[in-house]
Structure formats: C-alpha cells, structure tokens
Ligand binder design. Structure first.
Ligand code: PEP
Ligand code: MG
Length: 585
C-alpha cells in the first residue's frame, strides 16, 4: 500500500482497477534519409496530417453531440493547428534540413516547442503546450500505424492513471466507465480539472509520480475530498473507503429527494440556492441537483478557452451571444446571473492582458479592464442584451470598488442599449443589474452602492483575500485565509445591513457559500441567496431545511461576540458536526 498526496481536482471517492493511460514510453524510430527520399517523407507527413484531421473532425461530431459546442473549441484549434504553416512548415523545413525520418523530426520538433512552453511562467502558455503535444502525438500515431487506446471505447469501469490527460481525451472519454482520475500534472484551473468537476468524476491532480509508482499497482483509491490517492490499498483501508463511499452514495440519494423541495427554514424563510458555472455544459448538473438558477456564470472562461492554439481568436459577439442564449434557454426561465468579464489577476488571456504587472491581483483586472478596453466590454454587453430575450437574465459587474466605476459601467450599458434601440434590435426591459462585493471599499460603501444597483453578490474568494491581505492562491499563507475571521464577519454584516436597508437582495457566490460548515452562520447573517458548485446544493439545502431563523440568528449573534477566528472556527465546527453530522476532512 502506498499513499500519494496531490491536489483535489474534483471531489468524491473512486475505488477501482487502474488503467495507466500513457504515451510517454512509446518508441519513436530514428534514421537518416537520403536527398531523394525527402519528397517521400513529406508525402507521408501530409497524409498523416490529413488522417489526423479527419479523426479530429469525427471526434468533434461525437463530442458536440455529447457536450455541446463550447467544449469542443480546442478541437477546432487542433484542426487549425494542422493547417497552420507555423506548425507544418516547421516540420517540413526540419525534414529537409536535418534529413531524418518524419517520425523522428515530428517528435523532436513538437516536443521542443512543448518543452519551451511548459517551462514558461505564463500559465496560459504552459497549458497550450498540452494541445501541441496532443496534436503531435495524433499525427505520430498515424505515421506509426498505431491506434491510440481510445478512452471512448472503454468497456470496463476503471480509474485512469496518467501523466496528463489530454483535453481531447477527456472530452472523448466514455464518462460512464471512468470512475476516477489520478494525474501527475495539472492544477485546479487545468482543462481536466474543470471537466472532471463538470462530469462529477473524482480527481486528484498534481501527484507528480503516480504513473511511475502505479506501474505495478492493480487497484487504487482516489480520494478527491482530501486530495490523495492510495495504491494497492490493504483490506482495512479498502473497507473503510468502501464504507465511506457507500455512505456518500446513500447520502447523495437521500439528498436528491430534496431536489424538488424549496430551501426554506422550518419557519419558512426561503433562501435561493443557485449554481456557479464556468462552461455552458454544466447546466445538466444544475438540474440534477435541484438549483433555483445560476448565481454566477464566470463568462471569462469563454475567453480562457480561446487563443492561438485553441480557437485562434477570441469569442466575438456572435460566439458570446450563442453561449449566453444556450445557457438561458436551457434554464427554462430560471434566473441566470452572467458576470461580465473578470480577466486579469490569475485569469490571463494573453490577447487581452499584454502588460506585465507587479501585483496582478491588485492590477488591471475585471471591471477596471472593461472600463478601459471599452470595445471588449461593449461587445459583451451587446451579446448579453441580445441574449436577454431568451430567458431570465441578470447582469453582474465584478470587482466594483466604488460608485464611479459603477456609474461608468452603467453609462456604457445605457449607450449600448440606446444603440440597439436605434438599430431596432430586441432586448428585455428591466434586466436586473447587480454587482459583486469583493473589494473591501465596496463593502464599506455598500450603503452608497446599494442605491445604484439591483442586487449584491458577495465574492468571498476575493473579499477574504483583500480584507485579510492573503493571496488566495499561496499555500504558505493559506492558514491565514480565514472566512470566519471576526473582521470578515463584521464586513459581511455591514454589506447585509446596507443592502437590506436599501431594499435589495444580497447573495453570496464565493466558495464560502457552498461550505456546509458555514451554512447556519450565513442563514443567520440574513443572506437571500447562496450560489455554489451544483453538487454542493443538496447538502446545504438539507441544513437550511432543518433549522429555524431564530436558531441561526442566535448562532450568528454568539459568534459576533467572539474575538478570535480560532474560537469561532472551533465553535462552529462543534455545533455543525454535532447538530448536522457534518463530515470534517
Ligand atoms: C469571488 O471572488 O468570490 C468570486 C466568486 O469570483 P472568482 O472566484 O471568480 O474571483
Ligand atoms: Mg472574484
């Protein structure tokens, strides 16, 4: 038995036989060619490229049918890459100049680009190296008449062990047969993590040596809750995890019975439970978990999926309109809050953020970016307004820090409205427009801001970061990232009081909203809406339905009297685990 620690990419537990999916040990032949064979090698290359293109086209058709348009965008980029003279020309030139066989030239050319990109600091470019490797490998397989082990053909249920699951494999895999994923590479924002969460497949990433260590292992436990895997578990570990898994499933089934019931307290205070999504395909999971709507659609993910090796261009008005319309229509009239572009900070879109910054998280991001790149913002606003007639749209501005920014954002929105009226384009009247409260100055001036917008949604991920001065992505200071800090609770209380005094609803869409430990406190605080990843909704609903407002307010009152976050943390954990039998990992 061997235990490896990694990063939790997608929650849940998977136990199953290992299937190592790796291409890294393939033998690539290498031999010199004569002058007269160069044309022959070029022809072999072009034919393999053609077959690879045909293969991707058929994969596109299959995945479009399964997961919708947007997730297949990187496949479009793979097709584009195969026609890109930058790529093909480089290989042709190397065949001529180096005079080695095409397999070797293709392998060394693509892998040297991959090595260059994967050594860069820029996370976006590092991720592009995956696409280049993917395409190179596909062409190489055709040259070697080698068929990739196709994950779409899986017939038995397995746990995938891989160095890095290529996006095209993740899209095409038979999701019903993949119980879990254990990967050497990858972080929380990698394509694979996003897709695993969207498909609700437990995944642990960033394991470093799992492919190597699992060579002789036949069985594995993927513990996506704690971010670890156990190779060849012994009987007692297995039986502990089997019990946990069956409890987990039983609990899921029991919780599903709440799907059609409202999230209301015993004394009938109704709280909207909504879902956060990054890609339109997550809508399916929303219905499976009984969400009241979408509380946060992080629209920047449409942009993060684009780029040179991906779609070769940023989504234009039409692309965005189609994505927003698809989501609005599939929600059948339930409210959908689409947040305008929150690029910058850690969400880098190279085409948009060309300037290096010393402090990107305090820099040119979100609404600041949109108010200076107004052509990008206007395009998004037009796409949003056009889509509004297809459902129940709410627009939300991120990172508002004061009333000037809010006024300017409204000015631009109104200008776009006027233009559309002049050109006779349709859009809904009275679309609610709200703001995220994620900058301390916004929380402190929420009395002023509340008079100028229709709703608040508190983004605790950033609000904690900026209030406590703790980088949300830095594991060394993670111990200071404390949602129950008295400073945070006071700030939250200010926002709630100011919002309600002005008569507007106040929601929360940061991770804190989906943490069952925090549910009673947040109800006591008076939040009207909690938005979280869809799978978290049933548990939060269970807690809400088994308490009264009086109890929740009392808990909040008690906690507000406490001085240290450690005391608050301990107190809340004790109350919640005893009262609601919450699991603490
Ligand atoms: C937040 O900051 O809490 C939030 C929901 O936005 P994001 O995580 O996308 O920054
Ligand atoms: Mg944020």
């Amino acid at each position: 038995m061997k235990e490896l620690a990694g990063i939790s990419g997608s929650p849940g537990i998977a136990i199953g036989p290992t299937l190592t999916y790796s291409e890294s040990h393939q033998y690539v032949p290498r031999y010199r060619i004569e002058d007269h064979s160069i044309d022959e090698e070029l022809t072999r290359f072009h034919e393999a490229v053609k077959r690879a293109r045909e293969e991707i086209t058929s994969l596109q058709k299959q995945s479009r049918h399964e997961v919708g348009d947007l997730d297949t965008r990187f496949l479009d980029s793979h097709v584009l890459m195969l026609s890109d003279p930058d790529f093909t020309g480089r290989v042709e030139e190397a065949i001529r100049s180096q005079q080695y066989n095409v397999e070797w030239v293709l392998h060394t050319t693509t892998e040297s680009v991959v090595a260059q990109l994967s050594g860069l600091e820029d996370a976006y470019l590092r991720e592009r190296s995956v696409d280049i490797h993917d395409v190179g490998q596909r062409v190489l397989n055709h040259l070697l008449y080698r068929r990739r082990l196709s994950l779409s053909d899986l017939t038995d249920e397995v746990v995938l062990i891989c160095h890095d699951l290529l996006p095209s494999d993740a899209i095409g895999m038979n999701k019903r047969k993949v119980r879990g994923i254990a990967m050497d590479a990858g972080g929380r924002t990698s394509h694979t993590a996003i897709l695993a969460r969207a498909f609700e497949i437990p995944a642990v990433l960033g394991l470093g040596t799992v492919v190597e260590q699992a060579r002789t292992a036949s069985e594995i436990i993927v513990d996506g809750n704690r971010g670890k895997v156990i190779l060849d578990p012994d009987e007692s570990t297995l039986s502990r995890y089997r019990d946990e898994l069956s409890d987990y499933r039983e609990r899921e089934v029991r919780l599903m019975s709440l799907n059609d019931l409202p999230a209301e307290t015993k004394d009938a205070k109704l709280i909207q439970l909504k879902a956060n999504i990054e890609i339109p395909e997550e809508v399916e999971a929303i219905f499976a978990h009984g969400a009241d709507g979408i509380g946060l659609f992080r629209s920047e993910f449409l942009f993060l999926h684009s780029g040179k090796w991906n779609t070769s261009r940023l989504p234009d008005e039409e692309d965005q309109f189609n994505a927003y319309r698809q989501v609005l229509e599939s929600m059948n009239g339930k409210p959908v809050t689409i947040r305008t572009l929150d690029v910058g900070g850690d969400k880098v879109v190279p085409e948009l953020s060309q300037y290096p910054e010393k402090n990107p998280l305090l820099g040119w991001r979100a609404i600041r970016f949109c108010l200076s790149r107004t052509e990008v913002f206007r395009t998004q606003l037009r796409a949003l307004l056009r889509s509004s007639v297809y459902g129940n749209l709410r627009i939300m501005f991120p990172m508002i820090s004061g009333v000037e920014e809010l006024n300017r954002a409204f000015e631009l929105l109104n200008e776009v409205r006027e233009e559309m009226i002049a050109s006779g384009e349709q859009f809904s009247e009275n679309i609610p427009v709200g703001i995220m409260i994620e900058v301390p100055s916004a929380a402190l001036t929420s009395d002023i801001l509340a008079r100028n917008c229709d709703f608040f949604s508190i983004g605790t991920n950033d609000l904690i970061q900026y209030t406590l001065a703790v980088d949300r992505g830095n594991e060394r200071t993670a111990y200071l990232y404390e949602p129950f800090h008295p400073g945070m609770l006071r700030l939250l209380n200010t926002v709630l009081e100011n919002g309600h005094r002005a008569g507007i609803p106040v929601g929360m869409c940061g991770e804190m909203a989906g943490d069952p430990m925090a549910t009673m406190l947040l109800v006591g605080l008076g939040l009207d809406e909690l938005s979280m990843s869809a799978a978290g909704i049933p548990e939060v609903k269970r807690i809400i339905r088994s308490l009264t407002m009086g109890e929740a307010e009392e808990l909040f009152g008690t906690v507000m009297e406490m001085r240290s976050y450690k005391d608050i943390d301990r107190f809340i954990h004790t109350v919640m685990s005893e009262r609601f039998e919450l699991q603490v990992y």
